[in-house]
Design a protein around this ligand. Sequence first.
Ligand SMILES: [Zn+2]
Ligand SMILES: [Zn+2]
Length: 267
Amino acid sequence: MYCDFHAHTSFSSDSEAAPQAQIKKAISLGMKKLCITDHEDIDYPSEYGMPFVFDYDEYYACLSELRELYSDKIELLIGVELGLQPHLGEVLAEYTANHKFDFIIGSTHLVDRVDTYYPEMFTGLSEYDALLKYFEELLLNIQTFNDFDVLGHIDYIVRYTPSGGLMYNCHDFDDIIDEILNYAILHGIGIECNTARLGSGFLHCNPHEDIIKRYRELGGEIITLGSDSHTPRTLANKFKLAGEILKEAGFKYYTVFKDRKPEFLPL
Ligand SMILES: [Zn+2]
Ligand SMILES: [Zn+2]
């Protein structure tokens, strides 16, 4: 089983999964490495009533203990999913400089401080305009701060559009997506194949398979696999299919990280 490098636990406000439960599930699937990546969304808008930040010392101590406990069965890596916002460049740079992680995902969840998860994101906007705004914000975010290892779920907003992703054609956004991918490649940043929605309704991974293919065409080599699982039930969701998607896109290897350094494993 491929290693899952995007998994949440109860250290994230939107998950009730015990870290141990995620680890046990990974072991039962025959996974050799698992990276827990809980949400750290600094300055997440308070009106949503979810803090989306964890106590670093508590997090690191808990996962270090579990890493030790299960070390003969699986290698546990300690990661984080950092929420990016354009005004946070310096704050995030200070955070990553002062906190040790094996792996950092940089994710855009907000546009103009509105969470794309909520319908208000789409009020008064066509789906095209909402998506374009999302990609523009993502580009601005990474131009402001780039001390992370992979870009999380590049077209994340598609999960929540009023049409449920049906009106999405990623080629409508080729120019800005090329700009994002070229920026990432130039700065040694990878992408992830996020399988949270793969095979269920929307049927695509995030980003869309064509964007993964484009990243490879442009010379990108760093790609992780992440289920974005918030419960053990969905850990490694559709990873077999994801492996086929990566091979189809021209990858021979996928990537895992330790101490922020990439290692390439055969697909
Ligand atoms: Zn995310
Ligand atoms: Zn996530």
